[in-house]
Design a protein around this ligand. Structure first.
Ligand code: HEM
Length: 407
């Protein structure tokens, strides 16, 4: 999808980047100086501008114009008919939007089909872990990412979290799909639509009094840095936990999983100079952009409550205490405390003891008799959750918003 360009509103090279870093004093901007070098990116080079000052210079003006002209309903009606990667764009799209989408739907020149196939094999084998980690790890962590929590809370979707979760699950489902970027798959469609939604949000949110009052000086939301923060809360976090849990992953599969997310970042409009070219580079960038900014906010706290209720409502046999305990086990106590997860004296020790044994058994590292009976309650609940969570996304249409959260 988008070429190596997109959201760069390089307001001005290094000078403003440095100024941005200086402005990092308030909690919403508590981030260290951007020093991650473009030599570690898929582009291999770049200006090194702080991505906090880069948005989407290709998509943003187009979506602003579509909204201002009152063309959102017309665009959404046409977008509903676009579901497969290989499908021509539907009739009825406004001309400027269509031109942009024709450009944005192209995969980057560095797409590697073999790596994508390895990613599909990885998800097929390890889908229960990635599903659980997206749903009960990354999803909840997002409420401790202040800018994301506020953007979500004050945007239209913040008023209907169930719908929003279904739409986000759609991305989790499509990215893990065996056909993700194949002609018959749907990930190009999902990524391009998401890019449109983000560009619309950049136009709308600055008009929200609630967002403006809490944005910590950021005047346009969803910078390239913000997108990479969320990217790390998904891809980097999941691979880190998989390794942490001792799950064997071949180099080809680990590289493949990185690749599917690199392509996804590009398709979401991230410039190639900000997309890490290896897990080492990803970990280094994540330490710089994600770890220091995790914090609790009133908006995040409200979203956590809603999310936990909705997960429990999925009726996958997961009770609130089990969700609290599994999420805390996955996210660790620091993030668990930030998002206000209850401590669960019954479930926490059980999960800490049982999960490593379940993983070891699933991976063929220990025999069945070593897995305690109670562990299967956890395994069954997580498995059903993953199935239900991912199926939530099917048949859901991503739509361009035309308003913010109604106040
Ligand atoms: C919408 C994924 C980064 C804020 C969406 C949607 C998806 C998505 C699938 C469509 C669902 C919907 O319309 O509700 C992603 C991915 C990201 C990313 C994969 C990074 C890898 C971010 C960041 C922010 C953000 C960094 C804010 C700082 C939003 C908002 C919406 C949205 C406000 C609008 C939906 C609504 O009305 O609530 N995103 N996103 N996203 N995203 Fe993102």
């Amino acid at each position: 999808m988008d070429g190596l360009s997109r959201r760069r509103m390089l307001v001005t090279g290094g000078a403003l980047g440095a100024l941005g870093a200086l402005g990092a004093a308030s909690p919403a901007r508590a981030r260290s100086l951007w020093t991650w070098a473009p030599s570690g990116s898929v582009a291999g080079k770049g200006a090194g501008v702080d991505p906090d000052w880069v948005w989407d210079e290709e998509a943003d003006p187009v979506l602003a114009a579509v909204i201002e002209r009152g063309d959102v309903a017309k665009a959404n009606e046409a977008l509903r008919k676009w579901t497969r990667n290989d499908q021509p764009l539907p009739d009825g799209l406004p001309g400027d939007l269509r031109d942009f989408m024709e450009h944005a739907r192209r995969l980057p020149s560095w797409t590697d089909r073999d790596k994508l196939a390895a990613a599909a094999r990885f998800t097929k084998k390890k889908g229960i872990y990635t599903g659980a980690l997206y749903g009960l790890g990354s999803g909840l962590m997002s409420t401790a990412i202040p800018r994301e929590a506020r953007a979500v809370y004050y945007s239209k979707g913040g008023a209907d979290m169930k719908d929003r979760i279904a739409k986000t699950a759609r991305l989790g489902y499509d990215v893990g799909d065996l056909d993700a970027y194949q002609p018959q798959g749907g990930m190009i469609v999902t990524a391009v639509k998401t890019r449109l939604v983000h560009a619309a949000v950049r136009h709308l949110l600055p008009q929200s009094p609630g967002w403006s009052a809490t944005s910590g000086g950021q005047t346009i939301p969803i910078s390239q840095a913000d997108v990479m923060v969320t990217w790390h809360s998904l891809a980097t976090f999941v691979m880190h936990k998989i390794k942490d849990w001792g799950i064997p992953v071949s180099t080809a599969e680990s590289d493949g999983y990185l690749h599917v997310w690199q392509v996804t970042a590009h398709m979401l409009g991230v410039l190639d100079e900000y997309i890490p070219n290896s897990w080492d580079e990803a970990n280094a960038q994540s330490r710089q952009v994600l770890d220091p900014i995790l914090a609790s906010t009133p908006e995040g706290d409200k979203l956590t409550e809603l999310l936990l209720d909705i997960v429990a409502e999925l009726d996958a046999g997961l009770t609130r205490p089990l969700i609290n305990a599994f999420s805390r086990y996955t996210l660790g106590n620091r993030t668990g405390d930030l998002i206000g997860l209850d401590r669960e004296p019954f479930w926490q020790p059980l999960i800490s003891a049982a999960w490593p044994l379940l993983v070891a058994f699933r991976e063929g590292l220990i025999p069945l008799p070593l897995v305690p009976e109670a562990a299967w309650t956890v395994e069954e609940a997580i498995r059903r959750f993953v199935l239900l969570f991912l199926s939530e996304g099917r048949g859901i249409h991503l739509e361009i918003p035309e308003t913010n959260r109604p106040s």
